[in-house]
Design a protein around this ligand. Sequence first.
Ligand code: UD1
Ligand code: CA
Length: 429
Amino acid sequence: MPSPRGGADVVVVLAAGQGTRMRSPLPKVLHELCGRPLLGYVIDQALSLDPRRVVVVVGHGADDVRAYLEGLGLGERLAVVVQEERLGTGHAVQCALPEVGEATGRVVVLYGDMPLMTAASLRELCDSQEGAGMALFTALPLDPRGFGRVLRDPETDAFVRIVEEKDATPAERDVEEVNVGVYAFPGPGLLEYAPRLSSDNAQGEYYLTDVVSAFVRDGRPVVPVVLEDEQEAIGINTLAHLAEAREVVQWRILEEHLAAGVRIEDPATTYVDWGVTIGAGTRILPCTVIRGGVAIAEDCEVGPFSHLRTGTVLERGAKVGNFTETKKARLGAGSKASHLTYVGDAVIGARTNIGAGTVFANYDGVAKHETTVGDDAFVGSGTILVGPARVGDGATTGAGAVVTGGKSVPPGETWIGVPAKPHTRRTQT
Ligand code: UD1
Ligand code: CA
């Protein structure tokens, strides 16, 4: 079945490498960028081409990588192949071939350590691949170190081959154009050439790049497409590369929120993980960290200096102010925790005020306990709510009150003191 324009029949993702230079026990592709493993971004790239099948080659840390992939819920579309011995990118593709099957359409090969490639660029690459020819991305980075160099015919400028840095002569190393490592092949051509690779080179590896040379040798068209934005070519080999890529991904995430009407005052000091939802009209003030798995409705205000952790839900118009941390906490519409507060394992109703310095003491050293606060309640400054506790609708706690575990402040009552008790004046009238 021929691939639709812009798409691919099968995408192969190479993710077996150890990532030695990361100096970390975690498999390279599971390192996180803005709260999401590298591999998640690459799988999105693959899916953007609407393939029939995504084949991921795993090796180092195979069980963990497989578990992550299976958790994505791709079902039958996903095939995971284990490359037992890491004999090179060409060998990794050979391992994938049984799962590629009788691909008659286009097969795109991606490296699992390149999270910044955009769907638009991949579509452009696919549009450049036609018939029996193949297309690949090249780039002109400021520092070509580590990349394979692209050799062209000095007369015609036609693509000749890729030489790996370790195999290159000094003159070849001076070439500025590099191989990005993203390829669009015609399925039958890949199936024909990949099994015939040899490992006769400086690293004793099977190079996928030699498949490209084989296309040239047989007179098949090879189209080098120069990547416009070289940032997309950033591959992650070290923790420093990871930090560099994080900045790029962070800016993309913030740009999307800005475009959707989220008022982010200072993107440079705002950290928002991947997968956070924020409604239009919400203001995010400087020096704020919002982790994955947070949902913020419209017209809220967060920050400055707030830390929203996983499981935080802010309903319309809620406010979390400076030096407030939230975790697994729901703030109902119009509720506020404006200053110096920890809200953990809490469900708070609408229009409730959580006073400065309130602590939801959710952890007893063994287990976490949830505390609920109703609508229109007023939690006084410095209150400690020891979970599991309850503050009813319209109830009040006095400044410095400690509502001990298991206690419930009935609706409309005021409790004060340590441990908190009903405020008698109020209860007698
Ligand atoms: C590769 C290219 C190089 C290109 C560069 C771009 C080859 C031979 N060279 O080199 O031309 O400039 O990428 O970043 O392809 N992998 C496996 N199994 C293996 C070996 C690698 O799955 O046996 C995976 C790695 O996990 C990684 C990807 O393939 O995701 C690339 O491998 P890597 O060793 O990083 O290749 P480079 O040396 O960067
Ligand atoms: Ca690499």
